[in-house]
Ligand binder design. Structure first.
Ligand code: NG6
Ligand code: CA
Length: 511
């Protein structure tokens, strides 16, 4: 009898995230780039079909209040890895081609937390968090510090983002296939008067630019920044997705015998949107939609690998995005022209670069076969919370001074009954000094600090914040943030203004 009781207790304990013994499943985080809330068929898209991601959602939890922490790439990725809001640190805005490493060795990250408890850890895909010391990346030598110095055991990277130079892979500390006879140079200034650019050779481009993106040409596409050399190391844009999948499959296969953490960091659907030839024309939305189809294929391949290796029941997959959608982000790829009635941000307003919901409320799906029940969740969760949540899941010790804005929302991630999400979330647009959003329940406060937004009509003056401008929305009635209700709810506005300022001033939000 006592034994039966004990067994039952143990069993119940095992099924709850509160259990003392860590479960240590494999963890794969698939992060899409620039994907909006409405870009997947499981989130309501009708003009693009995403059967593989839909299957993930059908077999797991599909969140309706899943967020990334910023509406641009670098700050979201910084926050995802470190568990710290990016607005707390200078230099966390969109990183340029020659950016030094933004996350310093010694910083606790999601990868170091998991590595410390025996996980194999890898990042494959887009990095965009800088490489190298204060002088920037040493492209022809060791690219240190990089992911290997903050908790990853393997990296295979697109160093920045593919509209920025250079188009080379970085495997661990080195540019892959670099011929020392043909050194790689990357810089801000045109290297010679006759260096072909998107301006001088515009008529030769296979995809024209609309703004910026008119410096060095590679693969018929002009980019942000200049580079020369490294020809043997250069890749074709069309092959990126295949490479991420091949590298991931090999790595999973080689690490299947102990728990692993893979950050699969897709470049789809960031510009330049150049899907592989076999995906071109596969959606009626132009290359933007075709890139969604390509990403869906990648997810399907990863799922196949897990099934083949019988790992689906030992692996938690989280699918998320790094910021909301954008149509024209610098190239004429037909995104706008072919968009029709597709609503990339779903019912929300704004998108990439914005603190409106469309900027950060994004697809968020968790699947762990046999462990996470199928269903929909309205719990508030954010990419920044994965650090604390996975620490709990894997039995890693989370020190008070680490991951200071990351909350343990593991119960919500696992779809457990009665679990709660966050009770508030700060959203931001770019690095330090940008604009903010604060969601508390159904209330949404916008705080516009940037000069551009200062001529909005409504002002609430508080002594310590009298240069900022605020707006308030009730998301339960107005998900599109169209009707500013600050005048009719001044007491709510004041409460939220004080709460947001406290998160900023306190220097941390997990206490
Ligand atoms: C902007 C680029 C945009 C994109 C973005 C970063 C211009 C005019 N715009 O500065 O094309 O690269 O940075 O995107 O250059 S992110 O998703 O990586 O944050
Ligand atoms: Ca992005």
């Amino acid at each position: 009898m006592i034994l039966r009781h004990l067994c039952l207790l143990l069993f119940a304990g095992l099924l709850s995230s509160q259990s003392l013994a860590a479960e240590k499943p494999n963890i794969i985080v698939i992060m899409a780039d620039d994907m909006g809330y409405g870009d997947l068929s499981c989130y309501g898209a009708t003009r693009v079909k995403t059967p593989n991601i839909d299957r993930l959602a059908a077999e797991g939890q599909r969140f309706t209040s899943g967020y990334c922490s910023a509406s641009t790439c670098t700050p979201t990725r910084y926050s995802f890895l470190t568990g710290n809001y990016a607005f707390r640190r200078k230099g966390t805005g969109i990183a340029p081609p020659n950016s030094p490493a933004i996350i310093q060795p010694g910083t606790e990250t999601i990868a170091s937390l998991l590595q410390n408890v025996g996980y194999s850890t890898a990042v494959i895909g887009k990095w965009h968090l800088g490489l190298g010391g204060p002088e920037g990346p040493n492209w022809n030598g060791d690219l240190k510090p990089g992911p290997l110095d903050i908790g990853f055991r393997f990296n295979f990277l697109l160093p920045t983002t593919n509209d920025r130079v250079p188009q080379v892979y970085v495997r661990n500390h080195r540019v892959l296939n670099l011929d020392p006879e043909d050194p790689l140079w990357v810089g801000k200034k045109k290297p010679s008067a006759d260096h072909p650019t998107g301006i001088t050779h515009r008529d030769t481009l296979k995809m024209d630019w609309t703004h910026g993106h008119n410096s060095t040409i590679h693969n018929g596409i002009s980019r942000i920044g200049f580079y020369t050399g490294g020809h043997a190391a250069r890749f074709r844009d069309e092959d990126l997705a295949d490479e991420w999948v091949n590298q991931s499959n090999n790595w999973i296969e080689g690490n299947k015998d102990k728990p692993f953490f893979l950050f699969f960091s897709s470049h789809d659907l960031h510009v330049p949107r150049i899907p592989h030839e076999r995906f071109q024309g596969k959606s009626p939305l132009g290359f933007r939609g075709d890139s969604i189809v390509q990403l869906d294929w990648c997810v399907g391949e990863l799922m196949k690998t897990l099934d083949r290796l019988r790992l689906a029941e030992k692996t938690l997959i989280v699918f998320c995005s790094d910021n909301g959608p954008v149509m024209d982000d610098g190239y004429k790829d037909g995104a706008l022209e072919n968009n029709g009635d597709h609503r990339a941000a779903g019912p929300y307003s704004g998108g990439k670069y914005s603190v409106l919901e469309g900027g950060t409320r994004t697809p968020f799906i968790t699947r762990w076969k046999g462990r996470v029940p199928a269903g929909e969740s309205d719990k508030l969760v954010c990419t920044i919370d994965m650090a604390a949540s996975f620490a709990k899941l894997a039995g890693a010790e989370l020190k008070k001074e680490a991951c200071i804005d990351s909350f343990n929302v593991l119960g919500a991630i696992l779809g457990e009954k009665g679990a709660t999400g966050r009770d508030h979330l700060v959203q931001q647009d770019n690095g330090r000094g940008g604009n903010y959003g604060l969601r508390v329940g159904n209330w949404k406060l916008q705080r516009h600090d940037s000069k551009k937004a200062r001529n909005v009509k409504v002002e609430v003056h508080l002594t310590n914040t009298n240069v900022t401008r605020y707006r308030l929305y009730d998301l339960s009635k107005d998900p599109g943030e169209k009707k500013n209700v600050i005048d009719t709810h001044p007491e709510v506005a004041k409460r939220l203004i004080v709460q947001l300022q406290k998160v900023i001033t306190d220097g941390r939000s997990r206490h």
